[in-house]
Design a protein around this ligand. Structure first.
Ligand code: SAH
Length: 514
């Protein structure tokens, strides 16, 4: 059977897909409803057409099926998509009734009204949505009503096809009354008439107003959900990118100042970060704290009341987006001094968004001490230190330091190493004296959880690491080590830090200068 069934989109020439246009160009016979045929006739004036009016669908489709079965290259057209309240399913049923083989019927998709109308309005269907037709010509009214109730209750935006006609001019109003049982009257709604055709008209209104609106059969209605809002006259249901960081904060894109103070964003799961966040929050700033790991979040939550905590590593673009959409009066970088990559991102994002940046200078303890973290100039210095202890060691310093490692006392019994999965590196570690069971070959980046698993497996008391440099992953290592009560030994050149002290930051907060 030489039958193609094509949706021609909303009605504009540009809205027809290339595939549908090709099928029409090749067709001997084009069958369709008068109005839709008139929309494409100018494009293919030479073709043979068969048209009929509303309510003649069966006759029209029968004609198309019969001509196609007789070998004529036939295209049956529908507006929008042929499978959405269209003729495609009817063609299969008719072919079946005539005992014809429908396996060769080709369906060519088109842009359905829900999508073309959504595009006219803005982006109201960004996530889940429901589609319901109010036409009760083929569907019992009771079923339509039940589906409206289910859709209303689901909280999804609802697209309404066939919202009314001359005879059924109050169907939309009934539908709105059902929606109003579940959604407030201020819910954002949109109507689009003649999308992509002459006389296109769109309007955004509340659900309360829509309940009195008279829609005709050339109109599609979109009822928004609780997230749907108006941005510059367009109807938008956010995907959730900005509320990802919302955490209940009221007010969007405003410099909120409920306490007469601003909103401050602190970066750093360090103890300095936590102290600063808690103190400035006490001083009346709306305080946000960004930490890299879940562990950082857990720790911060124990200590901080009323501070909004964002956990997870944010790429620079996301940091900038957060600053742009929340407007912080000040951003404080209290990240670890060796986490240089994140500091660079914070600085760039602050510059690009014109946000004031305060960098905290951490008092870095160097040399042996009782702290959980100790700094050394070189790995050799760390090995010297370790040779005065007996604890198990985990080296996260790569395979280049083979020579240094080999100087560790009882290396094969007490040390594990994590290296990249290269055969050459494994050989070097074995030559250095590691036993096979203590060589972990793995490609980073390593999450907090993965570090936890590795460190636990090694049973190590000491973690040896380098300052992170560009590659990052420093916080993930430090948090996992902290969680397991390990001592971290960092090989890092002495650091010349810019920035001000924690006390200075707190003073600035007291004086309202953040
Ligand atoms: N197959 C079509 C739908 C046919 S049902 C499709 O996929 O789009 C007819 C209903 O579709 C109309 O009552 C109206 O609600 C909607 N509709 C179709 N074309 C439209 C257009 N250009 N503008 C607005 N609504 C349209």
């Amino acid at each position: 059977m030489n039958l193609k069934i094509a949706g021609i989109g909303p009605g504009s020439v540009g809205g027809i897909t290339a595939e549908a246009e090709k099928a029409l160009g090749e067709a001997e016979l084009i069958v369709g409803y008068d109005l839709y045929v008139s929309l494409i006739k100018d494009m293919f004036p030479e073709k043979e057409y068969y048209t009929s009016g509303m309510r003649h669908e069966i006759e029209r489709v029968e004609h198309a099926v019969k001509c196609a079965a007789a070998g004529k290259n036939t295209v049956l057209i529908c507006s929008g998509d042929a499978g959405v309240y269209g003729m495609a399913s009817l063609a299969f049923e008719i072919a079946e009734a005539y005992g014809l083989d429908s396996s060769e019927i080709e369906i060519i998709p088109g842009v359905t009204a829900a999508l073309s109308c959504a595009a006219v309005l803005g982006s109201p269907l960004s996530c889940d949505f429901a589609v319901i037709s109010l036409s009760d010509l083929l569907v019992p009214a009771e079923r339509i009503k039940n589906r409206l109730i289910c859709a209303a209750e689901s909280g999804m935006p609802v697209v309404i096809y066939n919202p009314g006609s001359k005879k059924r001019n109050d169907y939309l109003n009934h539908a709105c009354r059902i929606m109003l049982r579940f959604r407030p009257p201020e819910t954002v709604c949109g109507i689009v008439k003649n999308a992509g055709r002459a006389g296109q008209r769109a309007e955004i209104m509340t659900l309360g107003r829509l309940a009195d609106f008279r829609a005709d059969m050339m109109t599609t209605v979109i009822i928004g959900c609780s997230d749907t809002r108006v941005i510059d006259g367009r109807m938008v249901t956010p995907r959730g990118y900005s509320s990802k960081y919302d955490l209940g904060a009221e007010g969007r894109n405003t410099e909120k100042d409920v306490y007469g103070r601003g909103r401050v964003l602190v970066f750093g799961g360090t103890s300095e970060g936590r102290i600063i966040a808690s103190r400035i929050s006490e001083k009346g700033y709306e305080t946000w704290l960004s930490v890299a790991t879940d562990y950082g979040k857990e720790t911060a939550e124990v200590h901080l009341n009323g501070v909004k905590i964002i956990s997870g590593k944010m790429p620079e673009t996301e940091i900038e987006y957060l600053m742009r959409s929340r407007r912080f009066s000040c951003v404080i970088d209290a990240t670890h001094p060796y986490a240089v990559h994140i500091s660079k991102s914070i600085k760039t994002a602050a510059e690009n968004t014109d946000t004031k940046l305060v960098t905290v200078k951490r008092e870095v303890e160097r040399g042996p001490s009782d702290e959980s973290i100790m700094f050394f100039d070189t790995i050799t210095d760390i090995i010297d230190y370790l040779n005065s202890t007996d604890g198990r060691v985990f080296f996260a310093t790569g395979s280049n330091a083979a020579e240094e490692y080999s100087r560790l006392r009882n290396l094969s019994d007490r040390a594990a190493v994590r290296i990249l999965p290269s055969a050459d590196a494994v050989v070097r570690m074995k030559d250095a004296g590691f036993s096979s069971r203590n060589i972990i070959c793995m490609q980073g980046p390593f999450s907090y959880e993965m570090n936890l698993a590795c460190f636990r497996f090694s049973g190590a008391e000491y973690l040896v690491t380098k300052s992170s440099g560009e590659t990052g992953g420093f916080d993930e290592k430090i948090s996992a080590a902290e969680k397991l009560g390990m001592k971290v030994l960092v090989a890092a050149p002495p650091l010349q830090e810019d920035g001000i002290s924690v006390d200075d930051v707190i003073n600035m907060a007291s004086e309202g200068r953040l």
